[in-house]
Design a protein around this ligand. Structure first.
Ligand SMILES: [Fe+2]
Ligand SMILES: [Fe+2]
Length: 291
């Protein structure tokens, strides 16, 4: 039986919405010029407690075996076939009305990210990456628990870094007591390259596999590692990266501010943007994507 089949409801959705995780990221990594300003709106104590509970579950259950199990289950892409715009509509059914925060739906976050990238004159595949980067969150709609969809990602199969958020919660993870996995390199070789490393399971890894035949490599790095804050912000896993990863991580770093800091209360007008993005999607992606 699949480990996630036996979870209680509060273990599936500890956060009132996925945005709570992203608000927490903003509080941890505020936009440099806004650092001195008052705390992010609604970033109150109860929200922090649910974030901690979210990471308790994430850090406890994201084991090496769990990742292999989820890859076997989801990388077959046999769940659903959808035209890309319908995938956005599908993703938007995730919106949680109980969140008192300014509510932008998932497509609006994607469009704000991609529009900020476009406004800075980046190549069109970079813009497209902004549009697609969170589509992997559709995993939630297949009943997957929040902690197996979002949250900071990290390598499994080797020692968990103390630079990962809430590192003490990894004591709950059985891999931290398994000598195959709890050494600096674990099952990996020094500087073996991230292509040989299994990351904790979530929307990043899932979407990477969905997109890997269609987008240029820097785009794929941005997608696959955009939640790997322990590396792109904290540099905690230099010992697993090779030179190629280091070169590609410049793109991951370039992407991150667009994801974190492009949120504005003014929602983009989807109808106005749709012609441009439809053409962009048609240029790179097949008309139908498989989930
Ligand atoms: Fe994301
Ligand atoms: Fe995002």
């Amino acid at each position: 039986m699949n480990k996630t089949d036996v979870l209680r409801p509060e273990e599936i959705a500890p956060l009132s919405s996925l945005d709570v995780w992203e608000d927490d990221l903003l509080a941890r990594y505020p936009e440099p010029e806004k650092k001195a300003q008052e705390e992010y709106r609604n970033y109150d104590k109860p929200a922090r407690d649910t974030v901690r509970e979210f990471y308790r579950l994430n850090h406890q259950f994201q084991t090496y075996d769990f990742v292999q199990e989820k890859k076997a289950e989801f990388l077959r892409f046999d769940k659903k076939e959808l035209p890309v715009w319908e995938a956005f509509d599908y993703l938007n059914t995730l919106v949680d009305d109980s969140d008192p925060d300014i509510e932008l739906d998932q497509l609006q976050h994607l469009l704000q990210t991609s529009e900020a990238i476009r406004a800075d004159g980046h190549p069109d595949w970079f813009v497209l990456t902004g549009l697609m980067h969170d589509v992997g969150k559709v995993l939630c709609l297949f009943g997957e628990p929040q902690w197996a969809v979002v949250g900071d990602t990290f390598p499994v199969g080797c020692q968990f870094s103390d630079k990962i958020v809430y590192p003490e919660l990894f004591q709950l993870n059985p891999d931290s007591r398994d000598e195959r996995y709890n050494t600096k390199y674990g099952v990996y070789e020094p500087n073996c390259g991230l292509r040989n490393v299994h990351m904790s399971w979530g929307h990043d890894e899932y979407l990477y596999h969905m997109m890997k035949d269609y987008l240029p490599e820097p785009a794929l790095y941005m997608i696959r590692y955009h939640s790997f804050y322990a590396q792109h912000r904290e540099h905690a896993y230099e010992h697993l990266l090779d030179d190629h990863d280091r070169e590609m991580f410049e793109w991951v770093k370039k992407f991150n501010p667009y994801d974190l800091y492009s949120k504005s209360p003014k929602p983009p007008v989807v109808a106005e943007l749709k012609p441009y993005y439809s053409a962009l999607l048609a240029k790179y992606l097949p008309p139908v994507i498989r989930l």
